[in-house]
Design a protein around this ligand. Sequence first.
Ligand SMILES: Nc1nc2c(c(=O)[nH]1)N[C@@H](CN(C=O)c1ccc(C(=O)N[C@@H](CCC(=O)O)C(=O)O)cc1)CN2
Length: 294
Amino acid sequence: MTAITLDGVATATAVKTELAARITALKAQGITPGLGTLLVGDDPGSRSYVAGKHRDCAEVGIESIRVDLPATATDADVRAAIDELNANPAVTGYIVQLPLPKGLDEHAALEAIDPAKDADGLHPTNLGRLVLGIEGELHSPLPCTPAGIVEMLQRYNVPISGKHVTVVGRGLTVGRPLGLLFTRKGLDATVTLTHSRTVDLAAEVRRADIVVAAVGVAHLIKPEWIKPGAAVLDVGITRVQDEETGKGKLTGDVDPAVASVAGYLSPNPGGVGPMTRAMLLSNVVDAAERALTR
Ligand SMILES: Nc1nc2c(c(=O)[nH]1)N[C@@H](CN(C=O)c1ccc(C(=O)N[C@@H](CCC(=O)O)C(=O)O)cc1)CN2
């Protein structure tokens, strides 16, 4: 068996095309969505993700506002930048790029975001709404990577309801919210959320119909751990040295040989990452549309 590729680049392109039409309609009604980003420090990965977010905005017609602080910034500097983004009417939604440099209080930063402008769905109010399962009018933004994972599975018609999902990794941006999302009414999966103290990870992965690996350990997930036909989504990323060229390259959590056992495989790069970016744009557009109806 060779797994069907869950192509994040193509799926994100489809999402962005749909969003561009909604943005044109918003502009016709006098609303221009605007995404703000706050980047602290000079981590090359974070820099490149933020640059990508601004490129995406330009592509679909969303204004973007960029605030960069040096690595020497204090919690008070971060708070002042967040207060400005909260007050800026051109910013309809914004994100604080994570992780913040060591020593800065990430939780305080996320709590300071105006929940109505939280484009990442990481403010405690919005995560709380995810816990409570609040949808409909009060529907709040979902964290982008979990939302992108579900969107991609649905667009490829991968069954979720009644299926067993094993999530490897319990981080704030992926594992924890993903467990809540998959168990929501309407998706109705059964989730095992695993982490570094899980006793027999291989056994937990082996019983899953859907495996999401978001732990940042290169090639941790082995082909013999995979139930034949399962959907495997590779989210974690590690920078390793290419043995042939000696150059740095990005590697996911999933051993490439998994493709010979799985039914579906979301590669890394080229899978969930582009969907994360598309879902951020989607959150910004959703918020602008919600503002229209208020
Ligand atoms: N505030 C947030 N911080 C972080 C988030 C987040 O959702 N909100 N997620 C990650 C980083 N991230 C977005 O911010 C992100 C990571 C990866 C990609 C991506 O498209 N990756 C490419 C490969 C990357 C490369 O070539 O360098 C891929 O998978 O194909 C997009 C966004 C942590 N921080």
